[in-house]
Design a protein around this ligand. Structure first.
Ligand SMILES: Nc1nc2c(c(=O)[nH]1)N[C@H]1C(S)=C(S)[C@@H](COP(=O)(O)O)O[C@H]1N2
Ligand SMILES: [Mo]
Length: 361
């Protein structure tokens, strides 16, 4: 934990330079253009050459009747689906917390939306035949590192029920936006778990093992849990809490990023999402949350793309002075974004509203 008033350290800066967020102006695109989707890498990007014959195979084994070994050609030969999915890092908002958990220091920008193409995980598991005593499916990436003293391959699990659900449908994806996965997004193959925070979507998939015991790996049992104190087991982090973001209007001041707008009508627009239930309402405030008005919602996501963000817009009649713009989303479960931070030790799921300072002159 950083001491109160302690600035961002070199280690946090080094992580921030590797793991970039979406430039907020790119919220204007339905699908995040290549290279602008956020990135989160715990360790190094592994070098995988899956096109060389037999250079890469994916075993699906453990508590199954028929273990499978798939290469990229075998995976591509199976019936594929494409889902438009908004992915967000569970640590988004962490750097705005006080006290600040020391880790990747996201402000609000750890999000992106892509069209992911691949084979439904449930197809592979049906082909392999999950044994009746199976409880979880463990996904291991090809990346390796050490975290808080624990050397590990990045690995996460899902329950058999979550792994085989029809909605959200988990994908073993080999394309992003119609092209092979870029190295930083998991080439050659990654998991995509729609509606869940990004940690569940294991990149550089190297192994799928069905188990008859719950997985206790570091990224499941130690990291990615809501905790107030270091010793409690904590609750696991799963689906994405509602959030709306605004594409900052006008133009920026280089250092402070304060926005400059001219007096008169200003178009305000952005995106809103939740991994728990559809977004049903977006409200905008131009006086730092004192008063709110409803934004106009764009079309609801198409079938199969339910876990993708939704566009919103409104017009603001800007008057000279300084203003703080903010926006909040509400989903169909009735959850609204808070105006203050939900603090926990890991700095997860801080969906406190975005605030944009605007100078109108
Ligand atoms: N193998 C592996 N998978 C991983 C990670 C990782 O470090 N290694 N990071 C996870 C986290 S924390 C997030 S938020 C998402 C980020 O996916 P992206 O970089 O494609 O946006 O990948 C997840 N999958
Ligand atoms: Mo993440």
């Amino acid at each position: 934990m950083a001491a109160p008033d302690e600035g961002i350290g070199h280690e946090e800066l080094a992580l921030a330079a590797r793991n970039h967020g979406i430039p907020l102006e790119a919220l204007r695109h339905d699908v995040t253009p290549p290279g602008l989707h956020y990135i989160l890498l715990h360790y190094d990007i592994p070098t995988v050459d899956a096109d060389a014959a037999a250079a890469w195979t994916l075993p699906v084994h453990g508590r199954v009747r028929t273990p499978l070994t798939l290469d990229l050609a075998a995976l591509r030969a199976l019936p594929s689906v494409t889902h438009r999915v908004t992915m967000e890092c569970a640590g988004n908002g962490r750097a705005r917390l006080s006290p600040r958990p020391v880790s990747q220091p996201w402000l609000t920008e750890a999000v992106g939306t892509a069209d992911w193409t691949g084979v439904p995980l449930r197809t592979l598991l049906a082909e392999a035949g999950v044994e009746p005593d199976a409880v979880e499916v463990v996904f291991t990436g090809a990346d390796h590192g050490v975290e808080r003293g624990v050397e590990q391959d990045y690995a996460r699990s899902l329950t058999v029920a979550d792994a085989t659900a029809a909605d959200p449908e988990v994908l073993v994806a080999y394309e992003m936006n119609g092209a092979p996965l870029p190295p930083q997004h998991g080439y050659p193959v990654r998991l995509v778990v729609p509606g869940w925070y990004g940690m569940a979507s294991v990149k550089w998939l190297a192994d799928i093992t069905v188990t008859d015991t719950p997985f206790t790996g570091f990224q499941q049992a130690v990291a990615y849990r809501y905790r107030q104190t270091p010793d409690e087991p904590g609750e696991p982090i799963t689906r994405i809490a509602p959030r709306a973001l605004m594409a900052p209007p006008g133009f920026p001041d280089f250092m402070s990023r304060t926005r400059v707008v001219r007096p008169g009508p200003v178009e305000l627009e952005g995106r809103a999402w939740s991994g728990r239930a559809p977004v049903v309402r977006v409200e905008v405030s131009t006086d730092d949350g004192a008063t709110w008005r409803d934004a106009e919602l764009g079309p609801a996501p198409a079938d199969g793309d339910a876990w993708s963000w939704r566009r919103w817009r409104t017009s603001w009649d800007a008057v000279p002075g300084r203003h703080v713009l903010t926006v909040r989303a509400t989903d169909a479960e009735g959850t609204t974004q808070p105006l203050t931070q939900p603090w926990n030790r890991g700095g997860f799921a801080n969906n406190e509203v975005q605030r944009i300072t605007v100078a109108c002159a």
